[in-house]
Design a protein around this ligand. Structure first.
Ligand code: DQA
Length: 151
């Protein structure tokens, strides 16, 4: 099984960016942990980060041809992007939405997500560990769905 992890804008600055909100772990450390956990779970994990909405749409479309699921932190685009939402709906891959911070405890403009209605689930507020919870949940979901349709 192959999983694509996509990190949205400003997440390349993790570790130094508002550490009181997002923690001190760098993106590289998060990706290394996911790749290790992937091996444990029997799947291959590919990670990409982009600060550009169209590039994220391209990554999702490419993922549609190459992997079985997406772990996505759309970052600020969560609250603005119909294009990213439509890309996920178009490829139809199971997608788990991740946020390091609890967006519901923060400014009201962060309470709405364009992505949640097309995600299979959302994990918020657990910091970097949320990605690991998300990967476990996604792999479990794909395996269970596979059993149902006899894959
Ligand atoms: C975020 C929450 C977003 O509101 C914010 O714009 C981010 C990161 C999170 O992981 O908590 O960049 O997605």
């Amino acid at each position: 099984m192959k999983i694509q992890v996509i990190h949205g804008p400003n997440l390349n600055l993790l570790g130094q960016r508002e550490p009181e909100i997002y923690g001190r772990m760098t993106l590289e450390e998060i990706d290394n942990r996911l790749s290790r956990l992937g091996k444990e779970l029997g799947c291959e994990v590919f990670s990409s980060q982009s600060n550009h909405e169209g590039e994220i749409v391209d990554l999702i479309q490419k993922a549609g041809q190459q992997v079985q699921g997406i772990l996505l932190n759309p970052a600020a685009y969560t609250h603005t992007s119909v294009a990213i939402r439509d890309a996920i709906a178009a490829v139809g891959l199971p997608t788990v939405e991740i946020h390091l911070s609890n967006i519901h405890k923060r400014e009201s403009f962060r309470h709405h997500s364009f992505i949640s209605p097309v995600a299979i689930g959302v994990i918020v507020g657990f910091g970097a560990y949320g990605y690991e919870i998300g990967l476990r949940a996604l792999v479990h979901y794909i395996r269970e769905e596979g059993k149902k349709i006899g894959k």
